[in-house]
Structure formats: structure tokens, C-alpha cells
Design a protein around this ligand. Sequence first.
Ligand code: NAD
Ligand code: LMR
Length: 340
Amino acid sequence: MKVTVLGAAGGIGQPLSLLLKLNTSIDVLSLYDIVNAHGVAADLSHIPTKSSVESYQPTSKTDTTQLQQALVGSDVVVIPAGIPRKPGMTRDDLFKINAGIVAGLVNAISIHSPKASVCIISNPVNSMVPLAAKILKQNGVFDPRKLFGVTTLDLQRFETFSAKLLGVSDPDLLKGRISVIGGHSGNTIVPLSHLSNNISTKFQQFVPEPKDLIHRVQFGGDEVVKAKEGRGSATLSMAAAAYRFIQTIIDPSTRHSGIVPESTFVSLRGIQGGDALADHLGVEFFAIPVQIGQNGQAERIVDPFELDFVSSDEKKLVAIAVKELKGNIEKGLNFKYDAK
Ligand code: NAD
Ligand code: LMR
């Protein structure tokens, strides 16, 4: 099992690489960054776990061989490369710079590790995943079951804030019993609390007016950006979230046994159950619970609408989310990438 982190020396990249170094299912941990990849790798290589750590860093602006070597043979590629927000910025403000970075990296993936599962963390996720899908498609290697936008941080926030309000001492108990669908920014983030009767009843009892809770989940990212006062956005909670998601891909034994699996932002068509959902919602990309198969691919969409897990109030939030998502998706698809 070879896992490659692109942007490994960044605020997310470093703690995420640390968590991956501690995972015993990984044989090779491949770290790539345009700065300090060797430093981070040297540091992690002193931890006595099974995986070997390799590092790759371009020696000039035109050096592509390092990225190639980082990618070859990868089973999973994670992308936290890109700039983070500062106070006053939206995720969409990051589009111009991050689109260029992500497009270049995805283009290289399509050439050097076309069979890898690709997990995109870089913002704006709602636009980066469509952009990545387009490049993979253009290069003839797109498998929708292997492209994931990482939205687990929204779920982590929903679990954390809900546990407190519900008086649940261990937020782990909420895993698989609440969910977050839609996208990863503001109004596109839709928390769902009706997945299990037991938890739904608790919400009715302890959070009869969930407006503030929903707002906090939708704008939890702003809370961190503000608190960091210009020194970036969520990195540690994000590393934990990405690690949680990557574990479900690389290690079947960690897939929880809750009522529904965890959500991820995917291209719906081409995943079992995706056509019906895309037709129902009127969007091609959406964060939705997805059953992960033995080889780390999105096997099947677990449709919370079909299962009647979405309340009428939540359906109104979905309608707002879909409207905003359409623009985000369009923007990603319209990005012109010149591989030369
Ligand atoms: P950071 O600036 O600390 O780290 C980014 C790293 O990317 C840096 O080390 C930089 O050198 C590297 N990089 C830049 N261009 C590169 C390239 N072409 N190839 C390889 N590496 C490159 O930023 P961060 O705090 O780690 O955040 C990274 C991204 O993740 C941001 O876009 C941020 O908005 C996003 N993010 C997403 C979520 C989510 O829930 N999906 C959560 C938090 C942050
Ligand atoms: C988050 O949700 O914390 C990330 O998307 C980073 C951000 O810009 O808020």
C-alpha cells in the first residue's frame, strides 16, 4: 500500500503525514511538496513503524520528475496542496490560485498513477472535484468511484457540537447516526439528524430549534480562520478528518457499522445509485454517504432521501445548497487548464 501526500509540508500535510506514518497498513508513505518535503520526511522517518518514508521536491520550476516519482505506484493520493483562507476571505476566493495547483497535480496523477484513489482536500472542494473530474476525463482515465472530495471535517464538527448539546459524553456514539450532505462551504453544508430514531428523538428533545447548531456547522471553518488571526485555517482537525476518511479507503476493518456510511463529495454518475440521485437533485456532484468497497472505491451511494432520512426542513436546506453548488460546479468545469 503506497499513499502519497501532495502538499505534505503544509499545515495539514504535516500532521496528516504523521497520522499516516503511524498506520500499519501503509508500506510506503510518499511525501511531495515544493518546499521542505525532505525535512518533513527526515523527521517522520525516525518513527519506528512499518512504512518507509520517501520524499520528493522539485529542484526547479520545470522539474517534473520528482512529482512523477512521488506518484508512480500510488494506491491512494491525497491533495492538501494549495493556499488557505485568511479572515474576510471565502473559500471561493482561493479558486484562482488553487485551481492552477490542483489541475497540475491531477494532470500528473492521470499520467503517473491513473488507477489511484484521489482524495481532494484543497479548497474550494465544491469546484476542485469537478475540475479534477474534467481533467481525468479529458485524459481518458476518469473513474468516478475513485475521486473523492474530503468533507469529513463538516461531519466531525456536527458530531462534536451535537454531542455537547445532546449530553452525549462520547461523540463516537454519534458516528453513522448523523450525517452531513451537500458540499463543503457555508450554505452548501447540510447536516442531517434523522438517520436513527433514537438520535432524532434526542435532537427533538435537546435541540428543538437547531438553527444555531446548523449555522455553526456550516460556518465552523470561519470560526477557526478568525481564531488563527491570519495564520491559516483548520489544519489539525482537518488532518484528523482526512485521516479518518483515508482509513476507510485503505483499511476495510475501520469502516464503522453505523446506520449509514460517511459522506464524501463525489461525481454521482458512474457510482451505483448515483444516476437516480443526480436526476433527483439536478446536480452531478454532491456530498453523500458512500459505501466503500474492498479496493477503496465508492461502491454504492446510500441515498438518505430514498431511505426517508431527510426531514422537510432539511429538504429546504438541500434546495438552497443545490442552487449554490450549481455555480461552484460550473466554475470548476469551466476552468481552462493548459498542460504545457
Ligand atoms: P498550507 O499553506 O499550510 O499548506 C499548503 C502546502 O501546499 C504548502 O506546504 C505548499 O508548499 C504546498 N504546495 C503549494 N503548491 C504546491 C504544488 N504545486 N505541489 C505541491 N505542494 C504545493 O495550507 P493548509 O492549511 O495545509 O491548507 C491547504 C488547503 O486545504 C487549503 O486550500 C485549505 O483551504 C484546504 N482545507 C480544506 C479543508 C477541507 O475540509 N476540505 C479543511 C481545511 C483546509
Ligand atoms: C474548513 O472548513 O475549516 C476548511 O474548509 C478551511 C476553511 O477555509 O474554512
